[in-house]
Design a protein around this ligand. Sequence first.
Ligand SMILES: CC(C)(COP(=O)(O)OP(=O)(O)OC[C@H]1O[C@@H](n2cnc3c(N)ncnc32)[C@H](O)[C@@H]1OP(=O)(O)O)[C@@H](O)C(=O)NCCC(=O)NCCS
Length: 187
Amino acid sequence: MSEPAPLLSTSRLRLRAFQPHDLAAFAAYRAHPEVARFQSWEPYSAEQSAAFVASQTGAAIPAAPGSWVQIGIALLATNELVGDCALCLNADEPRIAEIGITLAPQHQGQGYAAEALRGLLGYCFETLKLHRVVAVTDCLNEGSVRLLSGVGMRREAHFRRNIWFKGAWGDEYVYAALREEWPVAPR
Ligand SMILES: CC(C)(COP(=O)(O)OP(=O)(O)OC[C@H]1O[C@@H](n2cnc3c(N)ncnc32)[C@H](O)[C@@H]1OP(=O)(O)O)[C@@H](O)C(=O)NCCC(=O)NCCS
């Protein structure tokens, strides 16, 4: 079966729907404790990963407001899955969306997350014509903090000890960008 058309391509990456052949790569990074450290989930078992990839294969992008969809990040050259973005339109106001991103450890630190996120923000503002995109991160997640400010999102909120997270109260930052601010000059 031929691959569905990608959502978008950047200079090195393709953002596209999940495919069954992504399972091995996805299961490897979703099982990694460091990847799960600042996420709402614990490391996945092989069975959880298989069920998750099956649920996302062929899923509509974007999903219905209020539901998350996972978008694969693949190398343009080989179509190898290196991570994923997540996108959720707000249930009450679907012109607002929340996004998230994960890169496999062996592919981190090469600018892929920033490249993918700029592509996703462009898709949200230029194709979906969204009004506002937000991202929430644990304040201790240095990579995520650096990434979100680096792609030009504004830090709008610092919620102190607002979430019971993996056994302790945690602080969160909310980052946002508006369509009229896009494209933003990189930091
Ligand atoms: C956060 C994450 C997506 C960053 O991915 P990445 O591919 O390494 O990011 P990039 O290479 O595009 O780097 C973006 C910026 O973040 C910085 N950065 C990346 N990881 C970092 C870390 N651990 N500590 C400090 N800075 C870091 C880079 O130096 C770069 O900064 P610059 O623009 O000033 O050069 C990745 O670390 C990850 O998947 N973490 C686990 C999942 C997660 O926590 N996701 C965020 C949930 S909100």
